[in-house]
Write a protein that binds this ligand. Structure first.
Ligand code: GLU
Length: 258
């Protein structure tokens, strides 16, 4: 299977912005093992800005564009350095791809991107993708990595998109504030009711939240691609997905009518 795994800042970093070493190590170990089992893995990793905040000892996630872009420039290095080091321990080679909206909107550039991804997979490398936050400007920004994950998964003709986050999938309300919130295990169609469950923003350091995950679901499902939102607290959840266990919320991609 060709799988795109998107991991959010809430999984990769502590609230301080410093790396969550336990999560990152177990993510890398699990992805390496899935690759050893014959799956093709593409990782869409957030965390550049979050980790830049930690490394530069900034008191919080910056609001202004230059500081955000500076933090991303620092944090992206830290991210790739760590991935390269940890994946090397399991004999896997990583490749960094940084994209902006212009790269996916322009057909020629998108084709170059697709060709690179396919060649990297043929070469056995593990592409790690993020938005190029340092140059992405407001007018031309993808804006969040859930959407980027869906764009990448569709372009790479993946079989499955998995969004790892800090919550067990989609609920009828925000379970952090409403104890009566019910978990939704499966979504066959994105009805207006489901789309209103998007709610507000996610964690303090990341960009997403449920709204961007539902946008990603929409893109994926329209392209006939299945998507799962699940909790990345224990990345071993990926093994359970591979064994077809019900985990998180499963969004069923549109199938061609017979
Ligand atoms: N590209 C951003 C980063 O690496 C993350 C965007 C997001 O959180 O969705 O920090």
């Amino acid at each position: 299977m060709r799988i795109v795994v998107k991991v959010g800042t809430s999984t990769l970093a502590h609230k301080t912005g410093r790396m969550n070493i336990r999560h990152v190590e177990s993510l890398v170990k699990t992805l390496s093992d899935l690759k050893n089992a014959g799956h093709e893995i593409i990782l869409v990793s957030s965390g550049a800005i979050g980790m830049g905040v930690g490394k530069l000892l900034l008191p919080r996630r910056p609001e202004d564009v230059p500081t955000k872009q500076a933090a991303a420039a620092v944090g992206q290095c830290e991210l790739m350095y760590t991935y390269d080091k940890l994946f090397s321990d399991y004999n896997h080679t990583v490749a960094q791809i940084l994209l902006t909206a212009a790269d996916v909107q322009d057909e020629k550039r998108r084709t170059h991107f697709e060709n690179t991804i396919f060649r990297l997979l043929e070469l056995g490398a593990l592409p790690i993708i993020n938005e190029n936050d340092t140059v992405a400007t407001e007018e031309l920004v993808i804006g969040d990595n859930d959407t980027l994950g869906a764009i990448v998964a569709v372009a790479a003709k993946a079989d499955l998109l998995i969004l790892l986050t800090d919550i067990d999938g989609l609920y009828t309300a925000d379970p952090r504030v409403d104890p009566g919130a019910k978990h939704i295990p499966r979504v066959e169609r994105l009805t207006p009711e489901i789309l209103t469950l998007g709610g507000g923003k996610g964690s303090g350091l990341g960009t997403g939240g449920m709204a961007t995950k539902l946008t990603a679901a929409q893109k994926a499902m329209e392209a006939g691609l299945d998507m799962i939102i699940c909790n990345g607290e224990d990345p071993a959840v990926l093994y359970r997905i591979m064994e077809n266990e019900p985990v998180g919320t499963y969004f069923v991609g549109r199938r061609e009518q017979a």
